[in-house]
Ligand binder design. Sequence first.
Ligand SMILES: [Zn+2]
Length: 263
Amino acid sequence: MLSFDNNPGLLQFNILQRHPEVLHFVTTRQRPDGTGNDFNIGYSGGSHDDCVNNRLALCKAVGLGPEWFVFQNQVHGCNVHVVRKGDGASGFYDKESAVRDNDVLVTDEPNVCLITRSADCIPVLLYSPDTKSCAAVHSGREGTYLGAAVEGAKALKVNFGADYAKMIACIGPGICKDCYEVDSNCAAKFMDGNRFPSDTYTVKGKKVYLDLKRMIFYDLLTLGIVANNIEISDICTKCANDRFFSARAGDKQRFCAGICVFG
Ligand SMILES: [Zn+2]
């Protein structure tokens, strides 16, 4: 991944660089102004005021106002919310006004920034250049099983007419296949049938290690998104816990990924 505007605290995917009409970012622990390593974007991970101030610092760093942002209250599901202009600033200043019970935000409205929060769960950003529509998806273990990223891509097609063959998918920093140990009962449903190829999990005795990023990749391929249009971040949030928040490492804080199309 690349630095956003030469700022080591904010990252970008290589694959979206050729689309200047898209602004996107992934935050890290590092404050964009370089003053600390506690850049929490989630309301459950610290004081309310600190989180608001961090979000305002993010606005400043990426050059967007709070009224552009749309946050969701994530529940490890695959519900889709189609964001309209009036949704601006949802969940920015408080948790209560975020889009409720939702893990997939999609829009074709310009100048709206869709946000997904994470700490090990995989953030997925989708962009459809033909319809100028985009999605931000929260895909942890349950979301990946439920196909949250696929639901996001389908919503871009159904609502806005996006073509899978032109769609771009960015699979963000999240827990890696060496770190994501689950018990065999939990793993069974992932290993059942042919949906996930055998390179998406490793069995070591009673423990199974899941590769959520690769599962999402295969699901998107099956849907019709082209491999060349999918970028997978090689950053593991637990291995790189010095740079990212990780739930498995005990962090309550969250980083975020956001995407916005300029109109
Ligand atoms: Zn790891």
